[in-house]
Design a binder for this molecule. Structure first.
Ligand SMILES: [Fe+2]
Ligand SMILES: [Fe+2]
Length: 197
């Protein structure tokens, strides 16, 4: 899959609590297929996972969490659990919140799984800069732009919600190259590896 598609594909159901290494093409194709079909499942995360996630979020962040749909919550819990498994339970709360809410900006477009697949394919062929102008448009162009710009939208939502700066900055930077990361690079590298999208 071209790198421009990565990060915009629908969320996997769960990362399984581990940070996956880079994969060979066939393994990656199988992985992406599993993610796609996993994202079609409507189930919410198990109650224990839901409570675990909420225990790492503050009041404003919890309101954002409640806006995530079930596949996004399952993905978020998978990333959060994987980050804790890698860095230890004593990591700062805001790091877990960053894992849980890195994709919260996707709520703005309102796209479900199939629409996200379509948007991903659209942005595979259109130049990225179109998204900036389309944020001022209406209809489907606006939604496509909101989906494409979910990192920046997520940062704005998190700042507005009173989230820790690390949590908000990671939402904005989670698809950027490492040279653009503003948070601690060791922490960011684990967040990135555990996101695996
Ligand atoms: Fe993302
Ligand atoms: Fe993600």
């Amino acid at each position: 899959m071209p790198s421009r598609l990565l990060g915009f594909w629908p969320q996997p159901a769960s990362s399984g609590g581990s940070c996956l290494p880079a994969q060979k093409p066939v393994a990656e194709a199988v992985h992406l297929a599993k993610r796609f079909f996993g994202s079609l499942k409507p189930d919410s995360p198990p109650e224990a996972d839901e409570q675990w996630a909420l225990s790492h979020l503050e009041a404003g962040e919890r309101l954002l969490w409640e806006r995530l749909d079930n596949p996004d919550r399952r993905h978020a819990v998978g990333v959060g659990r994987a980050v804790v498994a890698k860095l230890g339970a004593g990591i700062p709360r805001e790091v877990v919140a960053a894992a849980l809410l890195h994709d919260v900006g996707k709520v703005q477009s309102g796209f479900g799984t199939l629409a996200r697949v379509g948007a991903t394919l659209v942005w595979a062929v259109l130049p990225d800069h179109l998204a900036d102008g389309w944020l001022e448009a209406g209809g489907v162009r606006l939604k496509l732009a909101q989906y494409r710009r979910h990192p920046q939208i997520g940062e704005a939502l998190l700042v507005e919600a009173g989230a820790h700066s690390l949590t908000a900055q990671w939402a904005a930077d989670h698809h950027k190259p490492a040279t653009a990361w503003r948070i601690d690079h060791d922490v960011a590298a684990v967040l990135k590896a555990c996101d695996n999208d």
